[in-house]
Design a protein around this ligand. Structure first.
Ligand SMILES: [Cu+2]
Length: 324
């Protein structure tokens, strides 16, 4: 009798005694090399095919492109014929330079030969639509072999993960964009300046610092500078910029404040200029609001109100704060 091991390594032969096993267990699955990516950004997919079907060579690999993955292009592959099937997307998606895409590659098929004892990678590039919600999307893959085929098409039920599935479809975790809390956000006036939609990223765990973001527009004829401010639960308030330092993104205080030129807007946003609240006396939770002040060189002091936004992705790493 054939000894059968499942993925957990338990010998199941006694359970299956008396049955004829149709196929050997698939220990390694077809997976994506990079399994997390941000919406609204390019994505390079590398599908890894670890074995054939029941010991026979793979002759074709077909990947279905899920909705929201646009502008897909397969990478040519030596020794393999690459075919695509195009089709309409469920809707029109904005793409670079104002372009809109309403159709594109929905399926890629690679035809060639991959011996069972070999491993190979099948690569394509695409763009993850900005409105893809955080969560998982699945690339269903079919592997056609000399004998039989493997359909990597199982999608776990809501709230479950893929581990229990025999042939899970390769999954990609979509990370939410760090979007500012929305539109209904308030604006505040100080002389010729308008401050729009101030928000602060919620603080994870016991973090004692937080970044604040907003858009400042100068409708006047003279430049002004954001030079300081106050925040009720912060020990210190600084105006910061992010910049590259020896290949590492770091933040530093703008000693002379942040200039807002006449007729221009400056956006304070994650990864760029921001105000920094330090020595926080309490954590900031999403959904809360806090009043604070900003101080401008010419326009003087203005009271504003911040909304506390999501913790989100892309927060400056703690290491970047080592100078604080
Ligand atoms: Cu900072």
């Amino acid at each position: 009798m054939k000894l059968f091991f499942n993925a957990a390594g338990f010998a199941s032969s006694f359970v299956l005694a008396g049955f004829v096993l149709a196929s050997s267990p698939a220990v390694a699955h077809v997976t994506l090399e990079v399994r997390e990516a941000k919406a609204g950004a390019p994505y390079k997919a590398t599908l890894r095919v670890p074995h054939g079907c029941d010991g026979t060579a793979t002759l074709k690999v077909k990947a279905q492109i899920p909705e929201g993955v646009i502008a897909v292009k397969p990478m040519p592959k030596a020794g393999w014929q690459v075919d695509t099937v195009r089709g309409a997307y469920a809707k029109t998606y904005p793409y670079y330079h104002g372009a809109k895409l309403s159709e594109g590659v929905k399926e890629i098929a690679w035809t060639g030969k991959l011996a069972d004892e070999h491993f190979d990678e099948f690569v394509f590039s695409g763009f993850l639509a900005a409105d893809l919600p955080a969560g998982r999307i699945y690339f269903q893959v079919t592997q056609e072999c000399e004998k039989g085929d493997m359909r990597w098409s199982e999608i776990p039920a809501a709230g479950r993960d893929s581990h229990a599935l025999k042939a899970p479809a390769p999954a990609l975790v979509i990370l939410a964009q760090h979007a500012a809390p929305s539109a209904a956000a308030q604006s505040f006036k100080a002389g010729a300046l308008t401050i729009e939609a101030p928000w602060i990223r919620a603080t994870p765990g016991g973090a004692r610092i937080a970044g604040g973001y907003m858009k400042i527009t100068n409708a006047g004829k003279d430049a002004d500078r954001l030079v300081g401010g106050t925040f009720p639960v912060a020990g210190r308030f600084e105006v910061h910029e992010m910049s590259m330092d020896g290949g590492v993104m770091k933040m530093r205080e703008l000693a002379k404040g942040l200039e807002i030129k006449p007729g221009e807007s400056v956006e304070l946003k994650p990864g760029g200029y921001h105000v920094m609240f330090m020595d926080l006396k309490r954590g900031l939770k999403e959904g809360e609001t806090y009043k604070g002040t900003l101080v401008f060189e010419k326009a003087g002091k203005v009271e504003i109100e911040y909304k506390i936004g999501p913790i989100g992705g892309g927060a400056p790493k703690a290491g970047g704060h080592s100078h604080h």
